[in-house]
Design a binder for this molecule. Structure first.
Ligand code: ACM
Length: 530
């Protein structure tokens, strides 16, 4: 199984599940959702019987398969859902395919299981390239198979805005598309494809995605990345920018100086956006507000913004950024959501204590945030940025750099042993990031995510990958095949997955990070220790 359960014991008696299997008990709907495709039916005394056990945590479960059928004890709906996901992994791979009627032998087992971490996340950048609703629903299903439970959607960046707004319709009408896209990276002169790219989720799409995710025990974490990365917003509404100038939706990569104004009208604009977002998505406990890679030059150069900063008694543009993000976090708190930020926002200071920090620039800054009492989700570039190639091979498709391997991910420790007990206690969990500058389509999403996300799931659920992970992964690939996932084969890409033109050879993680530091010179550098 992947992820590995806490305890798995073989029993001698086995059982045969057939299509139309009956499910009875307390949490029938969760089991039926997880076993969709096997056409499970509700029944009075089902072949699968589910009982709530209040002594177990919400996500914990016990699963017993014996000669009389399947018994599940679950702490809550999530526990029942994960028990059924584990049960499915005991069936042949073909159980993941649609078939009209089927009969599946299940080995007798006793499983006792609970997750090590509460936050088991995947991030997808839908701004640089847009992935339509159907791809998000499919990704949620794949996450559920792996007991991953947070889908962080990066909904805006310089290159696009991806949500309908009824209050500010130019966001989806103007900011959601660009006329062309850069096809190279770190290389002059720039080349472009001259192909329009765009798309956005309607509020109805978001409502559906939120409900679909919840039914599969996944929480969507929307990100509105501010105050930097603002070109697309400022293509639609330049009046919310620091200079008032109109920008274009960016057609190339890198860090732009486009920045929102911190003045009250911008805060009001963003809180209206939060209301629309939360209203559509439904129960949304976390909203990410970015705070990364901010170029503060336009704030420093603006007399109006400097006067505003002084009126607040703040000494520097950096302090003003901290104040701005705190106002947004306060607005979210009033709406029942906790803010999540990238680590630069922690380094700028002044966060609400309940703000969750994502230390992308390395675990050193993550430890500082945890020591300061913030909950932390481990997200360091190395080894959790899946936009890096999986091998240093010219066969790999174009990537920002190389290499982050499957075994790098499997070896990762979200709460390192050298941290204090208290610091470790602040690690909510772990999340992989998929930035999509060089991920133009859903097939490439599959290639980049899988099987590295299997290793992520193992670390997130079990706490670490065990020695038998490679063997279990080898078997698990058959499930991914049945699910139609175009993962990266363990020995490298298939012929049609090989490199595209313009791939820069051998750009290492540390070089990429140094470039980012140079571009965001107001922020304290926190180079990763890799
Ligand atoms: C980031 O990679 N800018 C969070």
């Amino acid at each position: 199984m992947i992820p590995r359960p806490s305890l798995l014991r073989d029993l001698s008696a086995s059982y045969v599940l057939t299509s139309g299997v009956t499910v009875s008990g307390d949490l029938v709907d969760a089991v039926r959702t997880a076993l969709a495709g096997l056409d499970p039916l509700p029944g009075d005394s089902g072949e699968i019987d589910v009982r709530r056990d209040p002594s177990l945590g919400e996500e914990a479960y016990r699963l017993t398969v014996g000669s009389r059928g399947v018994e599940i004890a679950a702490g809550g709906r999530a526990g029942a859902f994960y028990a059924a996901q584990s049960l499915r992994q005991l069936l042949p791979d073909a159980s993941y395919r649609f078939s009209s009627g089927g009969s599946w032998p299940v080995p007798g087992v006793r499983v006792e299981d609970a997750p090590r971490y509460a936050w088991r996340g995947l991030h997808l950048d839908v701004a640089r390239h847009f992935f339509p609703k159907r791809e998000i629903l499919r990704l949620i299903d794949l996450m559920a198979v792996h007991k991953l439970n947070r889908l962080h959607l990066h909904l805006v960046d310089d290159q696009g805005w991806r949500v309908e707004s009824r209050a500010y319709p130019l966001l989806h009408e103007v900011a959601s598309h660009r006329p062309r896209t850069a096809t190279n990276y770190y290389r002059e002169p720039e080349t472009y494809d001259d192909v329009p790219h765009g798309g956005y989720y309607t509020l109805d799409d978001l409502a559906e995605m939120g409900a679909y995710a919840r039914s599969r025990c996944v929480t969507i974490v929307p990100e509105i990345d501010v105050p930097g990365h603002a070109s697309a917003i400022l293509a639609a509404y330049p009046e919310f920018g620091a200079t008032g100038e109109r920008h274009d939706v960016l057609d190339r990569w890198g860090i732009s100086p486009a920045i929102l104004s911190p003045l009250p009208p911008t805060v009001e604009f963003l809180t209206t956006i939060f209301d629309e977002l939360l209203g559509a998505l439904g129960e949304t406990p976390y909203v990410h507000i970015g705070g990364d890679e901010v170029v503060l030059d336009h704030w420093a150069a603006s007399a109006e913004i400097a006067a505003y900063r002084e009126s607040l008694g703040l000494a520097t543009a950096n302090d003003l950024q901290a104040w701005f993000l705190r106002r947004l976090a306060d607005a979210l708190a009033e709406r029942g959501a906790r803010a999540v930020v990238w680590d630069e926002a922690f380094v700028s200071g002044g966060l609400r204590q309940d703000t969750v920090v994502m230390p992308w620039r390395g675990m050193n800054v993550g430890r500082r945030a945890a020591a300061a009492g913030h909950d932390v989700v481990a997200t360091p570039v190395f080894p959790l940025y899946f936009d890096y190639a999986e091998a240093s091979s010219p066969d790999e498709p174009m990537a920002i750099g190389d290499a982050i391997t499957l075994s790098d991910v499997a070896a990762f420790s979200p709460a390192p042993a050298e941290w204090t007990e208290e610091e470790r206690g602040h690690v909510l969990g772990v999340q992989a990031q998929l930035w999509t500058e060089r991920v133009p389509d859903a097939r490439t999403v599959d290639y980049r995510l899988w099987p590295r996300a299997c290793a992520l799931a193992e670390v997130a659920w079990a706490g670490s990958a065990s020695d038998d992970f490679p063997g279990r992964l080898g078997e698990h690939l058959g499930r991914l095949d049945a699910l139609g996932v175009e993962y990266r084969p363990l020995d490298g890409p298939r012929p049609w997955q090989r490199r595209r033109p313009h791939r820069p050879a051998g750009v290492r993680v540390t070089e990429v990070m140094a470039r980012i530091d140079a571009m965001t010179h107001h922020a304290e550098s926190t180079r990763p220790s890799i």
